[in-house]
Design a protein around this ligand. Structure first.
Ligand code: SAM
Length: 331
């Protein structure tokens, strides 16, 4: 099978069959525009790297364990070429992956978050939207947990390219399964107001990046069928009152953090935007065991963002990152 880069035809067909032909047309136009705009001016380089990834025919692809793994016979020379191509797609933030012996130790041990939520959810047969999905690590885990379809949205084209590389291995192992996971280079802005299509919608690590968290929650609410589930993961503050932290400038050196709610405030936002049955699945402090610099993400990471004298606080003096996972039902 010849795999094409950014091939969403099967997705558009599936959406049309579900009565969402208009949305498919919108995604097609917006996706093409996003790819063509090549905001970082690196698409040619990334595409060359994607081209260089040659996948053995007898590949086995596994996503049920902590590391997403493709196994297949390649020579040392081919492994060296594969590693070189994969390194072109630096920084690798979400993972880990092991592609034919090339071990991609990503900035995040994404498996740890998955372990905190997977047992609490039923994903079998579900049609899933993952908003802000990064390179699609969790989408592969969702498929392995029995999801029928996973559609990821992430506006950062590099992450989509990382996904496209991994998809090559998945498609070589099982062409049909690989047609159930798609990642479009788009944001939550492409979700129509009353789509009501997905059984489960994930938004993990996105809410605090939005200048309007309420608009984000409303767009998620519109994407879920009535009775469907939202899985929301976000930074929170440990305040028993309904309050919200708006960092004055940066938070943990990040410029694009706008609203960090307390859990009571988050529950209030969810209730106001059309969700019920809110269940708090987990609250965890993020540690350098879960987020750290690696040879595959060589920029600064969590330990550089925390106060060396008091690692419970950020370098700016705010409470250090604590994340909550909430499940809620769309009314
Ligand atoms: C902190 S990462 C979280 C990735 C993944 N969901 C996870 O939990 O590990 C946030 C992701 O959201 C994406 N993002 C930022 N703004 C977005 C938006 N408006 N709509 C969708 N994704 C967005 C970023 O490109 C980034 O990949």
């Amino acid at each position: 099978m010849t795999l094409r880069l950014f091939d969403y035809e099967e997705l558009y067909q599936q959406l049309a069959e579900q009565g969402a032909a208009d949305w498919a047309a919108q995604l097609k136009a917006a996706g093409a525009a996003a790819i063509q705009s090549d905001r970082h001016g690196k698409l040619a380089e990334w595409t060359a790297a994607w081209d260089q990834v040659v996948v053995p025919e007898s590949t086995v692809f596994e996503a049920a364990g902590r590391c997403i793994t493709a196994t297949g016979k390649i020579t040392d020379q081919e492994r060296w070429q594969l590693e070189r191509a994969l390194r072109t797609l630096h920084p690798w933030r979400k993972g880990p992956y092991d592609l034919c012996g090339v071990q991609i130790e990503t900035e995040w041990r994404s498996d740890l978050k998955w372990d905190r939520l997977a047992d609490r959810l039923e994903l079998r047969g579900r049609r899933i939207l993952d908003v802000g999905c990064g390179n699609g690590y969790y989408g592969w885990r969702m498929l392995a947990a029995g999801a029928r379809l996973v559609v990821g949205l992430d506006p950062f084209l590099l992450y989509v390219m990382q996904f496209e590389v991994v998809r090559k291995f998945a498609a070589a192992a099982d062409p049909v399964a690989a047609q159930r996971h798609f990642l479009l280079p788009l944001s939550d802005r492409e979700i129509p107001e009353r789509l009501q299509l997905f059984d489960t919608v994930f938004s993990m690590g996105v809410l605090y990046h939005r200048t309007s968290p309420i608009d984000h929650l409303q767009s998620l609410a519109g994407s879920i069928r009535p009775g469907g589930e939202l899985v929301l993961e976000t930074l929170v503050t440990e305040d028993d009152r309904a309050t919200v932290l708006v960092p004055e400038h940066r938070y943990a050196k990040m410029r694009n953090i706008w609203f960090i709610p307390s859990i009571p405030m988050l529950l209030c936002w969810l209730q106001r935007t059309g969700f019920g049955d809110c269940r708090l699945l987990d609250v965890s402090r993020t540690t350098p065991n879960e987020q750290r610099s690696t040879p595959w993400m060589t920029f600064e990471s969590l330990s550089d963002f925390l106060d060396p004298g008091d690692p419970t606080r950020t370098v700016e003096g705010y409470p250090g990152p604590v994340r909550a996972i909430v499940s809620a039902t769309a009314r």
